[in-house]
Design a protein around this ligand. Sequence first.
Ligand SMILES: [Zn+2]
Length: 415
Amino acid sequence: MTGAGEDAITKTAAESAAAQAATGAVPDAVAGAAMEVTEDRPGPDYGARRRDARRTVRRQRLAVVIFALLMVLAGPASGLGASEFVSVDGVVAQIGRDTTLAQLTGLQDLSLQPGSTLDVTGDVILPGGGASGFVSVNGRPFPAIGVLHDGATIVGRRGADRTERLRREEKGIAPVWETRGSGPVVTQVREGKPGLEERFRGEHSTAPVAAFVLREAEVGLLERTSAVPTGHKAVALTFDDGPSEHTVEILAILEKKGVPATFFWIGKVAASYKSVTANARAAGHEIENHTWGHADLTKLGADGLSAEISRGAAAVGGARFLRPPYGAYNAAVAAEAARQGQRIAMWDVDTLDWKIRDAASIASRVKAAVKPGAVILMHDGGGDRSQTVAALPGIIDWLLMNGYSLTTLQGMSTG
Ligand SMILES: [Zn+2]
């Protein structure tokens, strides 16, 4: 019978395969057996299908035996099938053994925000400008390649805040000065010296943090005097902002009355009135410095201040007095003027002729405020000075009638 013969042959083949597997079969045999389980191969008849099923069961049993054997041989160190539990930002997660931090699924969900840049007062000025966020394991920073162990507590940490850097700067301390006495002539007795301090500010916020004085400023001393010895009933007529066409008229009046005056001229204007300047000086009048361009000297830097004074003086042929435009001066102006051999000349009587252009008003202001040693301020330039010209003869007559002698600033200073 061919059926029984076939069965015997098949059985023999299966048994020889089992014997081969028991003496050192490769794991491929296990995979081969597993495939047989799911394969539903159509057979030529019922008998053939039954034989296939019997063969499959035998191979399944064989695979289980081999797998168990491998597990025993490999021991627990193989890690096959082992798992551990860790806490990721408070959520328990299951991981395989030897999982590194970098391999951890869900790492992206950890809160790893960077810190911020803070200003020196603690306010945030640049979100994200601080240190990077990081992962801590069991409370400590943890490397990405580090292997996680069972029970590890993994937390995303926000990076540390960073306080802005400080910027140091040095700043001069303006010299302080004291003024002693009163009177129109300002003399520098002692030069004030600027001090120095260092300041610290936030680099971005510029908020001040601290300041330390490196060197104190030295107090300067200015002395104001009338420059007229007591008992001398002398006054000085002074004219600012010229020369101009009115200057010629004023010079004519002064010549007629036989009295001298002091002119504080603007250098760049005087440069185009050279003959007027020469004539005035020849007539015994004094020409002094009102700067080169009528600048507010207190608003200039050292170089500008120096140039305004020196060019102004040169334009009028040298000067011993400086009348600062707008009457504006400070310790720096006084110091620079002193370096150039000039004293500051202010005034006692302001006629306000530049503002109230009325001859009677100009004259009455002189009469009301004049005193021995007074320096009287008028203007021969900078606008319409016809009312000044009109008031002048009467003012001179009144002063002479009241016992005053008229002199120049230099004449007053030397007595
Ligand atoms: Zn002026």
